[in-house]
Design a binder for this molecule. Structure first.
Ligand SMILES: [Zn+2]
Length: 255
């Protein structure tokens, strides 16, 4: 049977069993097998792959293999300049929108907190999630890689981190969103738009201590929830900024 040689780069290695990580892998193939089939059979969802080089040429995932090819597989990494190469999908929209699966509710709230339009449903089937992602052009965030292997999904991201605020830092960093953070523009509870609220008009709805300590308030247009900039919020923002900076310094790009 013909064979090919593959190598996966950066965080794509997280999807592989340890003997395959960061090294050349020899794999038997069926003649005519597509790149997408081969890569997903090894455990890597197609949504995570951004650029594939076959014998040095940038190709699409529908490329058929004959044997003897040398294949390099690179992840979606918005801050990496791959302009000269064929990207496998169009770049995410300028202002990306998200839908998370039912296990990532806290991440959804954090994304809203920093201003990103994010849908989250407690009780929703996988098929419906995929439909929403495709029809509303929302990036599907999940830790379920089988979900990302569905053929119709075009914009999805596997979330590697376990802790919700680390998940937020990961999404912000990998999609290069730090410059698009807009605090107090979106409601954590319902994803509605938030607008500045006049203090004297909402005073009676708030505890005295909050009224004394804060002057700026915001209100959700949809569910009417009132927001102010508490210590939890500023700590969170500092943590995200620190994490993104740390990750950039570490520069885990392989040579
Ligand atoms: Zn709301």
């Amino acid at each position: 049977m013909p064979t090919v040689t593959l190598r996966f780069y950066e965080e794509l290695n997280d999807f592989l069993p340890s003997p395959w990580r960061k090294r050349d892998i020899e794999r038997q193939i069926q003649p005519g097998e597509s790149l997408k089939h081969l890569i997903e059979a090894m455990g890597v969802p197609h949504t995570e792959v951004e650029v594939v080089l076959v014998n040095g040429d940038s190709v699409g995932l529908d490329q058929q293999l004959q044997g003897g090819e040398r294949i390099s597989v690179y992840p979606l990494f918005e801050s990496l300049d791959v302009t000269p190469l064929l990207r496998l999908r169009e770049r995410p929209l300028r202002t990306p929108k998200f839908v998370t699966d039912a296990h990532l509710g806290k991440l959804a709230r954090y994304l809203r907190l920093v201003g990103f339009d994010t849908l989250f449903f407690n009780d929703i089937g996988d098929q419906r999630l995929v439909e929403i992602s495709v029809s509303e052009r929302r990036i599907l965030l999940t830790r379920d890689r089988a979900l990302l292997m569905r053929r119709t999904i075009t914009h999805g991201r596997y979330v590697h981190a376990i802790e919700p605020w680390l998940q937020l830092a990961e999404v912000v960093e990998r999609l290069d969103l730090a410059g698009q953070i807009r605090p107090f523009s979106r409601c954590m509870v319902c994803n509605g738009s938030i607008v500045a609220a006049q203090k004297d008009l909402i005073e009676e709805e708030l505890p005295d201590q909050v009224i004394c300590q804060h002057d700026q308030f915001w209100r959700c247009r949809d569910c009417q929830k009132i927001y102010w900039q508490g210590s939890h919020y500023s700590n969170l923002l500092k943590s995200i900024a620190g994490l993104v900076a740390d990750n950039r310094q570490a520069g885990d790009v392989e040579s």
